[in-house]
Design a binder for this molecule. Structure first.
Ligand SMILES: [Fe+2]
Ligand SMILES: [Fe+2]
Length: 217
């Protein structure tokens, strides 16, 4: 395999290496990658992978902005450490999808500046309703994201569970952590937020629209 051909086949398990090294790099390690049975640039369903990585990157970015907004309002209150812990996990999620974007040459959605503002406004706005409002937002968003990740897991399982095994592990881990955030929200009185049912429905309608748009734009 030529140097260019080998460099175009990064497997998921070497993402950290790939993210730090130029894609044109060639050497022993690249040759080893060519023998991996995992995802490579050449053997994946590009359309599906582009969509999945782009929307997940946007979602994790939006989640980071929501928690930033919540911390701006509630950071010094009793729920500050709870929110900070969830935010720290979202930072790890975003870091992973940043690495995946570089490794698989997926562009971010053009809506990133919009999600920057909307995410922060949603987090801060619901936090201004009190800690229950912030937690209601968390429950709504995390439920939507977990549902979305479950849909992606189904898609990848139908596509090729062997080939996408490592990506499936990433998404399953993140899905489980989003569900933990959801449960933390309920434990911290989300359902006592003003107009909880309406608030949750409106936020989840927004999440569905955000997912639809970020997959396509
Ligand atoms: Fe996340
Ligand atoms: Fe989360």
């Amino acid at each position: 395999m030529s140097c260019a051909g080998a460099a175009a086949a990064p497997s998921l398990w070497r993402l950290r290496l790939v993210a730090r090294r130029p894609l044109s790099a060639c050497g022993g390690r690249v040759a080893a990658r060519a023998h991996s049975s995992g995802m490579t640039l050449d053997n994946v369903n590009r359309a599906a992978l582009d969509r999945i990585i782009r929307v997940d990157h946007a979602g994790e970015y939006g989640a980071n902005r929501i928690y930033a907004g919540q911390m701006a309002v509630l950071g010094r209150t009793s729920v500050g450490p709870v929110i900070q812990k969830m935010w720290d996990q979202e930072k790890d999620h975003l870091k992973k999808f940043n690495e995946l974007m570089v490794a698989f040459r997926v562009r971010p959605t053009v809506l990133m500046p919009f999600w920057n503002v909307v995410g922060f406004a949603l987090g801060a706005g619901t936090a201004l309703l009190g800690k229950e409002g912030a937690m209601a937002c968390t429950v709504a968003v995390e439920e939507s994201i977990a549902h979305h990740y479950n849909n992606q897991i189904r898609t990848l399982m139908e596509e090729d569970p062997e080939k996408y095994q490592e990506l499936l592990q990433v998404i399953k881990k993140f899905r489980d952590e989003e569900l933990e955030h959801h449960d933390l929200g309920l434990e911290h009185d989300a359902e006592s937020a003003p107009a909880y049912v309406v608030l949750k429905s409106v936020i989840q309608a927004g999440c569905s629209a955000a997912i639809y748009l970020s997959e396509r734009l």
